[in-house]
Write a protein that binds this ligand. Sequence first.
Ligand code: NAP
Ligand code: 8YV
Length: 323
Amino acid sequence: MRDISILVPGKLHDHAVKRISDAFRLVPLETADPGLLSGRSADAVRGIAAMTTIDAAFIDALPNLEIIANFGVGYDAVDAGHAASKKIMVTNTPDVLNEEVADTAVGLLLNTVREFTKAEAYLRAGRWAREGGYPLTASTLRGRRVGIFGLGRIGQAIARRLEAFGLPIAYHNRRPVAGVSYTYHDTLRGLAEAVDVLVSVAPGGAQTHKIVNAEIFEALGPDGVFINIGRGSTVDEQALIAALAAGTIRAAGLDVFADEPHVPQALLDLDNATLLPHVGSASRATRQAMADLVVDNLLAWFDEGRVLTPVPETAGLAATRRG
Ligand code: NAP
Ligand code: 8YV
């Protein structure tokens, strides 16, 4: 075991906890609250492994912190800009979850359009035998045009699947992606106007905060289907609820929400919303791969002075490890 303290604030995947406690001194903490750190334990901490908010105040309370290993590819809960300004490495868990999350996105889309969950509930309630077949769905995937907001690692895995479904694909990023044949739109509004399925798989953060708003739902139109597998913060949830209630769009399928695990009652009440509890990557195999990557980043940092998957803000820090 290395004489290096790794702080684990809040809950973390069991496999990551086990591997950290085998390789390092694991320092558990109830939550990432600077007030819970005593001076001595704060001084000893050189790494954090977390799937919770790590803000500037918490980073500042750990004077010898070198690395924050985030469980999840999305690291909007970590103040990576502040970490970078203090030469603290931040890592995330890209790629190992691409296919799982893309599978979930496609399942959520199909379920939203063809109402499989409701049809199963209808069967289980004995209504098939009593009342006859489940009503024909108002929507189909056939003939739809798909727009992907955030054609990155996961977005491209979703696009590949939907291409195989025979659907034309367009996308919006800040920059076009080299080497893909999908139609690029330089605005999100332009993309929403051009498609009738909008799949959001963009990261959270200041730049995307509530970027999917009333104007985007208007542009998507009355047959439009909105799928969010990215982050809840990217959507103006009240505008989405209003759009679903008024028929501004036809339906939405959501895996992520603005204030998880709290889902607004108004969304729960809507018949045209299909809701999942943030299960995009939630298979045992994929979560174990994410846990391994969290720990492998810590091991690579402390044993070799490098990391496997730095976030862009801290990618240049690999060679300048302290300690
Ligand atoms: P990624 O490879 O970094 O892709 C993100 C894409 O979004 C990039 O193509 C980027 O292109 C685009 N983008 C970023 N900021 C943008 C902006 N302001 N405007 C327009 N486009 C923007 O990330 P990933 O690995 O695919 O993961 C994407 C996100 O999925 C994560 O950040 C996470 O929030 C979410 N996620 C959710 C689950 C789940 O369980 N539901 C699981 C995994 C990940 P440009 O840089 O060219 O703009
Ligand atoms: C996880 C995710 O559920 O990787 C991400 O960005 O949203 C999911 O894979 C999450 O990070 C665990 O809290």
